[in-house]
Design a protein around this ligand. Structure first.
Ligand code: UDP
Length: 457
């Protein structure tokens, strides 16, 4: 029978301590952090202090140089470096590259991954990033020999990269049926894959609010139709050009333009003399309000923004997409007639003008189609699944946390080393013998997690 170590059936362990979930992400785009924060928020909402959650950027916070710069290269990769991004993506329909690449990288990151897991000491690990599945799972299972549950929450809607899918995970939660099919194609056991929707903030699940009220609150014109333009968390794509084209075409509209973290874009937008009322924002935290106040959304095909637009029932014009992971999102929107794809700013402006002036109910129909794709409860379902695993999985080998300060560990080790080097004593009086000291040192080092000293005698 499996021995359950230190676990009770509730959310806390037998010592009454809250259980801990570690969410691993990386700041490549805004979506992964937004998903991690949404899951954390839902867990806090449902389970209060029964469960604590830590969100960690595994590459930035716990990897050696240059791997800790992976996130910083992303904005360049998906703009000027698109040729390289495309090349990387051509590994698309094969399962071996993630496995091989992770084996090549593991020797460089193993120690920092062990350090991360020992100092965080989670009871369950969640990954919301395609590049954080194979390596940490291998370190947990082979390095630390622990069987704590590992869950992948896939945040790409359709064309998810094979690196997302690691068949050894306990559970893989995906946003759409198309993503589930992809998971199965890449070898995930069907019983471990579930379609739950995209994790988005609870403020979306609570409803985006009444349009006129929100327009008043945001200081917008109450009567003009509002077009919201977003380029993901980083303000990517032809946001400026698109806004200019719409302003020239749709004289009866008003614009809400979100530049995200793109400070130079924000400045350029602010310095422009606009033909129609235009409200420029940097990185916003009230996206549900902006969506609720709008009549349509112009965006790059980010899965987070699209899923939020579905909940808000907003027709979407996709103006750009990142090759690879966002390609399928364009198809998804078109297939479900929730919007259109227009890669050219002039074409976007023409569509906006047409939809706003159309006598038939094109906008209304697309809004209804978008709303039919919404999964407002996705994040709460994910939180429940995590709680279930946390309380039901019979964990035989939890992670042994690292205790005491590093300084204390080093002091203890130094004493042991000094003692073992006490060769001034007459040989006959040396006790225990040198071999015994070596064994003691080894045991002490292992116990303290000082792996690099083990075997250095
Ligand atoms: N977002 C935000 N404030 C902003 C811009 C974007 O909160 O000013 C959020 C947006 O609501 C979405 C996420 O950032 O949740 C962007 O994720 P998406 O997957 O659309 O694109 P990414 O930035 O990851 O490419």
């Amino acid at each position: 029978m499996t021995n359950v170590v230190g676990r009770s059936s509730g959310g806390k362990d037998v010592s009454g301590m809250p259980k801990k979930i570690l969410i691993l992400m990386s700041d490549t785009g805004g979506g992964h952090r937004a998903s991690a924060e949404a899951i954390s928020e839902a867990i806090a909402h449902l389970y209060g202090d029964e469960i604590t959650v830590r969100i960690v950027d595994a590459w930035k916070d716990y990897s050696p140089w240059p791997l800790n710069r992976v996130g910083d290269t992303y904005p360049w990769l998906v703009s000027d470096g698109l040729w390289l991004w495309n090349t990387l993506w051509r590994t698309d329909d094969k399962t071996w590259p993630p496995t091989v690449i992770s084996r090549v990288i593991i020797p460089f990151v193993r120690r920092s991954a062990v350090r991360m897991f020992r100092s965080e000491a989670p009871d369950l690990v969640v990954s919301v990033h395609p590049l954080i599945n194979h390596i940490p799972l291998r370190v947990l299972r082979k390095g630390l020999k622990t069987d704590i549950p590992y869950v992948t929450v896939v945040t790409d809607m359709v064309t998810a990269h094979p690196a997302w899918f690691c068949r050894e995970v306990d559970y893989c939660l995906v946003p759409t049926e198309a993503a589930r099919q992809r998971a199965l194609r890449y070898g995930m056991p069907p019983e471990r894959v579930e379609v739950v929707g995209q994790p988005v903030g609870l403020k979306f699940a609570a409803g985006v609010g009444e349009k006129l009220y929100l327009r008043g609150k945001l200081g917008l014109d109450l009567d003009r139709p509002a077009v919201l333009i977003v380029g993901g968390g980083e303000g990517m794509g032809p946001v400026y050009e698109t806004a200019r084209a719409i302003a020239a075409e749709a004289s009866n509209a008003q614009l809400i333009v979100v530049a995200g973290r793109n400070a130079s874009l924000k400045q350029k937008l602010e310095e422009t003399a606009w033909e129609i009322p235009t409200h420029v924002y940097g990185f916003v935290t009230n996206m549900p309000e902006l969506m609720g106040a709008s009549d349509m959304l112009v965006t790059k095909a980010g899965p987070g923004t699209l899923s939020e637009a579905f909940i808000a029932g907003l027709p979407v014009i996709i103006s750009s997409f990142i090759p690879g992971q966002e390609e399928g999102n364009v198809r998804y929107v078109l297939e479900h007639q929730a919007g259109a794809y227009a890669p050219d700013p002039a074409e976007v402006a023409r569509l906006v003008g047409k939809w706003l002036h159309s006598d038939d109910d094109t906008l209304g129909q697309m809004a209804a189609n978008a709303a039919a794709l919404a999964h407002p409860d996705a994040t709460l379902i994910i939180a429940r699944r995590l709680h279930h695993l946390l309380t039901e999985k019979q964990v035989a080998r939890p992670i042994t946390p690292r205790t005491g300060s590093r300084r204390a560990r080093v002091r203890i080790f130094s004493r042991a080393r000094t003692l073992s080097r006490a060769r001034t004593l007459p040989r006959a009086r040396t006790w225990p013998r040198a071999g015994t000291w070596r064994a003691l040192r080894r045991r002490l080092s292992r116990r303290l997690g000082l792996r690099h000293f083990v075997g250095r005698s």
